[in-house]
Design a protein around this ligand. Structure first.
Ligand SMILES: [Fe+2]
Length: 159
């Protein structure tokens, strides 16, 4: 059966470009989510309790956001990526091998939060030009979370 034509006032080209950008953001967000949950499980040392809790707050928020990003891709008429193979190709977040020391975990998370923010920001001009407010709203919210979380993590590394 042919796909039902989508006519929501966005050009086919805009929908395709925005869905591609959101797929990259979903891949970054999933990679960041997994890194944060991994560090929640494996963190050790005198900061255990506060980092274990802080990472849980972060990955729980990220988990909810994954669904919003994926469903925006669907609303634009495209399939949402949902396998490790696809995420591996699309993500700009570098996977961390082994179990880093607690403060190195924080450093890796700052880097991953910043990478995810850059991916969201790179899509904003495309979205603005296309007049796609729901995606602009989603991107604005994700930028706010990633920039604020990066600041909080960075603050742990400073005197
Ligand atoms: Fe837990």
């Amino acid at each position: 059966m042919d796909a039902v034509k989508i006519d929501i006032g966005l050009s086919d080209d805009s929908r395709a470009r925005i869905a591609d950008g959101l797929s990259r953001l979903l891949a970054d967000s999933y990679s960041l989510y997994l890194m944060t949950h991994n560090f929640h499980w494996n963190v050790k040392g005198p900061m255990f309790n506060s980092l274990h809790q802080m990472f849980m707050t972060q990955y729980s928020e990220q988990w909810t956001a994954l669904d919003l990003i994926a469903e925006r891709i669907r609303a634009l008429g495209y399939p949402a990526p949902g396998t490790y193979a696809e995420f591996g190709k699309l993500t700009s977040v570098k996977e961390v091998a082994g179990v880093p020391k607690a403060m190195d975990m924080v450093r890796h998370l700052v880097t991953a939060q910043e990478a995810t923010a850059r991916t969201a920001r790179a899509l904003l001009p495309v979205v603005d030009e296309a007049n796609d407010q729901p995606t602009a709203d989603l991107l604005t919210q994700r930028l706010d979370v990633h920039e604020k979380t990066a600041w909080m993590l960075r603050s742990l590394l400073e005197e």
